[in-house]
Design a protein around this ligand. Sequence first.
Ligand SMILES: O=C(O)[C@@H](CO)OP(=O)(O)O
Length: 233
Amino acid sequence: MAKLILLRHGQSLWNAANKFTGWVDVPLSEQGRAEATIASCKLKNNKYHVDICFTSMLFRAMETAVICLTECDEICGGKTPIIKHDATDEDWHGWDKYEGNPEEELPLYTCAALDERYYGALQGLNKTQTAEKYGKEKVHEWRRSFSVPPPGGESLEDTMKRALPFFQNRIITHLKHGDNVLVAAHGNSLRAIIMSLDNLSPEEVTQLELATGVPIIYDFDESGEATNKIILK
Ligand SMILES: O=C(O)[C@@H](CO)OP(=O)(O)O
């Protein structure tokens, strides 16, 4: 039975400042790094192992993945995590032209499909002040509805259209082969994936909130179906 470990990044400096973040590349706060460390210890204490990791292109997700895989490195089974950047990017300089050794190395792929929703004109604004300006209900609709986008940004539905095909094509393939997969990503890209895994309706997904740094673990059978879910609180 393969394990899928979904991990929202630890608290970022803009989560702490209560600012809309989206694609702005803000690093983790001290608390966020501690949350990633605690996630690593929980995985170790519950005897989870990781074979392959996917993160978004945003540093807070990569930082969370690297802390999680290296603080209690037993979860990598003695392997070294190696970050595999997107070699299809035309600006990519090909530093890592290296075939690799799967016996010794654990690949960590960075993928734009897993990035946070694009928050458009709201990026950088304080969430409380924005609710005071536009009204709590409107801002809640922008933040949590399925199909209403924030001004100039992506709705959850838009985020799902890029995150879910990647999940189905790349990540489920590994789970079907029996690999344990860590996905370190964002509140909204993970909400889109969980909406599909848990068969949530557009109404139900408005209630779905993910805590920073808390592993959510699904068992997957060989046909690529999720059979069980636990949250390592
Ligand atoms: O600001 C953001 O990018 C996200 C996640 O922190 O905010 P929200 O809680 O509105 O999804």
